[in-house]
Design a protein around this ligand. Sequence first.
Ligand SMILES: NC(=O)c1ccc[n+]([C@@H]2O[C@H](COP(=O)([O-])OP(=O)(O)OC[C@H]3O[C@@H](n4cnc5c(N)ncnc54)[C@H](OP(=O)(O)O)[C@@H]3O)[C@@H](O)[C@H]2O)c1
Length: 268
Amino acid sequence: MSNIPAFGLGTFRLQGQVVIDSVRNGLELGYRAIDTAQIYGNEAEVGEAIAASGVARDDLFLTTKIWVDHYSREKLIPSLKDSLHKLRTDAVDLTLIHWPAPNNGVSLDEFMSALAEAKQQGLTKQIGVSNFNIELTKQAIAVVGKDNIATNQIELSPYLQNRKLVDFLQQAGIHVTSYMTLAYGKVLGDPVIRAIAERRHATPAQVALAWALRLGYSVIPSSTKRENLASNLLAQTLELSDDDMAQIAALERNGREVSPEGLAAQWD
Ligand SMILES: NC(=O)c1ccc[n+]([C@@H]2O[C@H](COP(=O)([O-])OP(=O)(O)OC[C@H]3O[C@@H](n4cnc5c(N)ncnc54)[C@H](OP(=O)(O)O)[C@@H]3O)[C@@H](O)[C@H]2O)c1
């Protein structure tokens, strides 16, 4: 059984003092899970902000992601050790393969085996994948077993609900983490979401996050603003009705925001 916190703090795009402030604010407000990645170029700043916060390491859940240049057997574990050094910890809680990157010269078998080895060595408590479609998740399961895949972190918002993949993951017992739940802010202007927010005396961001939480997904919204970080966290206490959920379900529009060339697979 995987153990992934329902609510975390995203750090994509945030650099330097901006990410330090965001992590400091987040920790002060009660966030205890932080999502970073080697490619975000901010692991050292995340580590610095955590160290300065005084929050005990045991109370935190740290996720990082292996970048595609480090997928080979020789590079994956050394690159994770470098991440641990930057994050100032002996082990992270979760390490993900960031993108499937099917043509980068390293087989899925090789990088999944190396990731499993990192777990065996105690460098990461759990392992998982990100941006994997059904077929690629099946291949990853074939290498490490489904009990070894704690989550698949995927783009998932009211505009891109990824239902086929979610059904597959839930049947396999693999936890779903929704990234860009706010579609990088795009769903916040949606009239349906705004109407629900008004009725519930909530913000549109809280509505989108509460929708994802009610479906059982973890969320990791990011913000550079302390007030947004604070109000987003309160999505955990917002209860949406079945009718609200049905209205949001109808917003699906295959609205994919991220699809880096050469790295991404087609969604199902
Ligand atoms: N695995 C992957 O490949 C992958 C890819 C993308 C992202 N991620 C992870 O997922 C996290 C979340 O994605 P994201 O940061 O790209 O997008 P997001 O969380 O969907 O949206 C962030 C944007 O929404 C705004 N925002 C946040 N809360 C708001 C609020 N309450 N009211 C109004 N605006 C609000 C932020 O602006 P302000 O700063 O102005 O608040 C920012 O522009 C990332 O940080 C990263 O950790 C993973």
